[in-house]
Write a protein that binds this ligand. Sequence first.
Ligand code: SF4
Length: 481
Amino acid sequence: MDKTSQQLEVVSTGVTDTAGRTLILLGHGSHLNADSAQAVRRHAQAVRERGLFGEVIEAYWKEEPSLRQVLRLARFRDVTVVPLFVSEGYFTNQVLPRELGLTWRGPLPPQGVREVVGGRQIHYTRPYGIHPAMSDVILARAAEVYPDWTPQDTALVVLGHGTGRDPHSREAIEQAADRLRQGGHFAEVQALYLDQEPNVADWQTLTQAPTVVIVPFFASEGWHTLETIPADLGLTGPVTRLGGRTVCYSRPVGTHPTVTEVVLRLVEDSADTGNADTGNTAADLDPDWQAAGETLAQAVTSGAGGLTVGELCITPLPEGGFHLCHQDDVGRADLRAVPLGDLSAWTGRSDEGHHRPIRTGRTLPRGWFAAVSAAEVRAALHAIYPAVLEQAHLWGLGRLPVTPWPETAARQSGRYARVRRAAPEQVAQARRDLCSACLRTPLWAGELLDDAAAVPLPCPEACTLLVSQVRQLLSGEIAHA
Ligand code: SF4
């Protein structure tokens, strides 16, 4: 039986009439792991290549562009936001709506919610992990790691993280496991968890079949899927013999290419709710967006030597279009060409290979260049320095909202809520540690911006890295100076 081809048929896309809409895909991202955002980036690029939306933007909780920045980037007033999370819970029901500026909190209705934020009509959907088609993605992952499984002698373990913080977080996994159980594809199907019961540590007693296929129900490859799970279970690779049984360990569901189709299906399935009234037609280009693009084009073309933004130099090409490279690489003939679609990932690591969750850190890598058309230059700048153009533009208009530290601290919840208790000197230390290595000026801390630059780099609000640094100072994970 060709399980893979049969099971992937379920996904199709009937997404229509979306050319005048912005699609935003939200991921968790990581302060530590550069690969964490890769799955979101790939799904965004796959949707982009399908040409189904006017634009597709990624944003992250822990990286840039951040959730706080992303709505200002939308070129259209009709915006669909899809959390690329595998389950519903604390993040999708509390953190993401809060950071986006939505008033909604709590479990989402099947069609998602619609609200007007900053003049944009936002349609916020449930996460893709709850979609029924995820059962087929699980089957596809199982087929990759063990193509010859038979329903008689193979057990399936759908492995989730689990958290006691939100009872809804298990629903996606339990429902997918139920569907697969009813499908009769395996002798037994178990939903097991890392941090809850039934716990994956007990897989040997909770399953009986001679072969066990474990499929991590995780959104991306990372610390858990690559390190803690294999180490805790004693797995040595995709196939391991353990206690006289065979354990097949697949890659996580979230990185499977067909998740792109699940995302599109989710958008399609949740498209029939009423519209919140923005007073604009759906396809209206946002005037701020147009003005910011024009400002950039003028700034680049008016200076003979091009335009410097942070460590980046943008110069017009004689044949049309623009050349982008590190300012210290101008004139070098040995630079490597990087396509626009790869710019974000390429500049996401420093020359030393370190992850750059905050892209305005003074560590832009060297040795590359990008040649882009006039229509692409804004996207290229965004890939290297997310949201800086839009923020500079709003700053120039005197309309960039600045959020002082106490407001940012008061908004934090969960393990970050303790930053509300930070003393001013602890916040100042975190600022010295991080902001001094960043090209942005922390307006949120009262610093003054040198706006002589063609594209000034204001920081209107403490980033998640700074919030995390303050939390670590408070918990003693890093030492006070
Ligand atoms: Fe940069 Fe500091 Fe702003 Fe973070 S808070 S983006 S480190 S200036």
